[in-house]
Design a protein around this ligand. Structure first.
Ligand code: PLP
Length: 302
């Protein structure tokens, strides 16, 4: 079943004669929001089939992926172990507190060790520390994650011309492109500075998953707001305003930037008249907890 689509009413949209709807993937699962559920779904099945007992993964201290894996372990009966980049800071930040409350065991990796997270000999050492481990890469991006994210599109019944999605590792974007299967156009909005590197990563994932290359997608790399987990007053103002007008809470790390970028492109006349845009709300609202703590910002009222 498709997630609900919420159509946005805004004078800018009428002026430019484009249609914008937000796909509320953030509602998809009670404890595992948005794309993190899509990415975990088939991995959890595989872990069950392989009779694994412990989900082992990597992430930054504020990672939505860490929070999601912890919640998934608790709900689906796996132990969880999270390897966190950098040193332990006490008290734990809200994301890690939540992970621990779900039963996740935390281990810390120095920044230099963390760089080895994709190296298979390093992974093999890490896996020795957990009983019957199932390894989820950083951000949960692998081919089963791409398979899950393709369903964001294949479950969609409403017509569309352009799909917009935020990108971190690019796994979700690859899935959405695969699901679109050459139809329409897909725009990816990297949350990281220098997001052009994602092009090769996404192409590689698509090649491995579909055996095809697609040309109906592109990256919009100008909307990172200084880089991953960085923001500007302008971005926060946009998020507050969007919430007040449309009742949709975006997150500050991914979806806020993506929708800001979307509106900017609409303003600049990027989309031809009559374009039907769907922006995928991939969730991530747990990120506000850490933002509030780090920057003294108020948690927006939902
Ligand atoms: C993790 C995350 C993303 C990025 O997903 P990738 O597959 O790593 O590109 C986008 N939006 C939200 C809300 C996320 O939590």
């Amino acid at each position: 079943m498709s997630s609900p689509l919420q159509y946005i009413t805004d004078p800018l949209l009428s002026e430019k004669e484009v249609e914008l709807a937000v796909l509320r993937e953030d509602f998809i699962h009670p404890t595992i929001p948005g794309n993190k559920w899509r990415k975990l779904k088939y991995n959890l099945q595989a872990a069950q089939e392989q009779q694994c007992e412990t989900l082992v993964t990597f992430g930054g201290a504020f990672s939505n992926h860490i929070a999601a894996v912890a919640a998934a372990g608790q709900e689906y009966g796996f132990a969880t172990m999270g390897y966190i980049r950098g040193e332990e800071t006490l008290p734990l930040n809200p994301t890690l507190q939540y992970a621990v409350s779900c039963g996740m065991q935390l281990r810390y990796l120095s920044r230099s060790d963390y760089r080895l997270r994709h190296v298979s000999s390093f992974q093999a050492e890490i896996l020795k520390t957990a009983p019957k481990p199932y390894l989820l890469p950083e951000g949960g991006t692998n081919l089963l994650a791409v398979k899950g994210c393709a369903e964001i599109v294949t479950e969609l019944n409403q017509p569309w011309d352009v799909l917009c999605v935020a990108a971190g590792t690019g796994g979700t974007l690859a899935g959405v492109i695969a699901g679109a299967a050459g139809r329409g156009k897909v725009l990816g909005f990297p949350a990281l500075k220098g997001g052009d590197f994602l092009k090769a990563e996404v192409e590689q994932l698509l090649q491995a998953y579909t055996g095809q290359t697609f040309t109906n997608w592109e990256l919009q790399t100008d909307y990172h707001f200084g880089g991953y987990a960085k923001h500007t007053p302008e971005l926060l103002h946009f998020i507050q305003n969007f919430h007040a007008r449309h009742g949709i809470l975006l997150d500050p790390v991914y979806t806020g930037k993506m929708l800001y970028g979307n509106f900017d492109l609409i303003r600049k006349g990027y989309f031809p008249r009559g374009t039907r845009i769907i922006a995928v709300h991939t969730g991530g609202q747990q990120g506000w907890r850490g933002y509030k703590e780090r920057y003294g910002l108020e948690w927006p009222e939902v």
